[in-house]
Design a protein around this ligand. Structure first.
Ligand SMILES: [Zn+2]
Length: 237
């Protein structure tokens, strides 16, 4: 069986490992919330981008419409000059100019047809994007709420553990407790660690024969390498 000093430290270490685990969990929460917020923002941005894509195509349609009405004006002005034209060559030249503008109008019309298809496609993409963003933002909100709940659960448990820790500390020799606390705050290992096959479970190095002798007798042994308390469940008390 383990020595009395080991049994006195064990409940405290159990509490401390739980506290350490909870604090570790707590530390990752703000990063996770930030990640979720960034995902939500990205979704909102994608909706804005999809909307801008529609507006961009609509702008091109307007540009084509303006160009068409400009060309139609030009054709009208050319036609109004017809009665004043005397020479056949001038008349032919004017017909060529009109024809050029009619072709350009035709090009605008076919561009507009394509752009109308593009606007429809952009609207479909926008609706899909909007729906996805809506779902994403809802899920982000839920997950953030869950994280906040988790945080408050952790804080509550930490407060309870702090009380339990004081109680557990009262049952421990004060010098031993001070040494234990120093080890607890020094690194991530367990201050009190078991010896398995003559090896310290904290640093995995072999203990010296002298230390093993203390361990076997159930004395307050420390690892020769890492300085953590070492004990055996089979100490000869
Ligand atoms: Zn060690």
């Amino acid at each position: 069986m383990a020595a009395t000093w080991v049994e006195s430290l064990r409940p405290l270490q159990k509490i401390d490992m739980r506290i350490r685990g909870l604090n570790c969990k707590k530390r990752i929460v703000p990063g996770e919330i930030a990640k979720l917020n960034a995902e939500g923002m990205a979704s909102k941005q994608s909706v804005l981008d999809a909307k801008a894509a529609i507006q961009n195509v609509e702008r091109k349609i307007h540009q084509n419409e303006n160009r068409m009405s400009g060309l139609e004006d030009e054709i009208r002005r050319l036609q109004q000059k017809t009665p004043m034209i005397k020479k056949n060559t001038e008349y032919q030249a004017m017909l060529v100019e009109i024809e050029k503008r009619k072709r350009a109008i035709g090009e605008c019309e076919s561009d507009i047809l394509q752009l109308l298809d593009a606007v429809e496609a952009a609207k479909v993409a926008y609706r899909k994007c909007y729906k996805e963003a809506e779902n994403k933002i809802a899920s982000v909100k839920t997950q953030i709420a869950e994280y906040k709940l988790l945080l408050s659960d952790i804080d509550q448990e930490l407060a309870e553990l702090a009380e339990k820790r004081i109680d557990a500390g009262r049952k421990i020799d004060q010098v031993l407790l001070a040494r234990y606390n120093a080890l607890l705050n020094a690194n991530d290992g367990e201050p009190l660690t078991q010896v398995l096959d003559g090896t310290c479970s904290n640093c995995n190095l072999k203990l010296t024969p002298q230390t093993m002798m203390i361990v076997r007798k159930g004395g307050e042994a420390v690892c020769d390498n890492c300085g953590h308390f070492v004990y055996s469940e089979e100490a000869q008390l």
